[in-house]
Design a protein around this ligand. Sequence first.
Ligand SMILES: [Zn+2]
Length: 200
Amino acid sequence: MSIRKQRIAKRLEVLGLAFNGQKIGGKYTIGSATFKTLDEIEAYIESLEQANEQQSVVETVKTETWEDRNRDAALQYQLEQANEQQSVVETVKTVETWEDRNRDAALQYQLEQGMSKSNRKPFNDRAGYVASKKNPITGISNVIYVASEQGIESDSKYVTVCEGHKQMISSTSIPKARIDMKDASQWCSECQGLSLLKVS
Ligand SMILES: [Zn+2]
């Protein structure tokens, strides 16, 4: 076999085709195809090789596409995981904030309660006493005082105190204070709660 035919045989072998270099009936037979000349065979091989090359390019692209898809999926997954963690963090933050608010409110309430009790002297010294009346809700007196004499900080001259609950209301005159003295449920929250309980 000539060197040319040997080369053709090698190229065809790579393509999975056999070539014996023999003409039968005036033609070379390769697979199911027949050729009159070696030039035709080489052109045929050329076209097969080009087709194979394009095929391998297509397969390379396909592989890249799959890698891209996997990479995208991986990124998407990471993103979703990150989002999930973020939402967990936000939920924890929100809960903590609400707990903080409740704690703050509780402290504020305790502070206000403490202040209302500590801002004045005990009532038993009766300083600034004006009048008193038994509170039917508590069984203990409601007492009108001149606020400054009792040592109570007040925006008005008089204060009426529910002695049972240590809550008070200020008033500008004794007649007004007397109205307060008669019904502590109008300004003492605890008396109001008790009176509502009695009604229901
Ligand atoms: Zn009361």
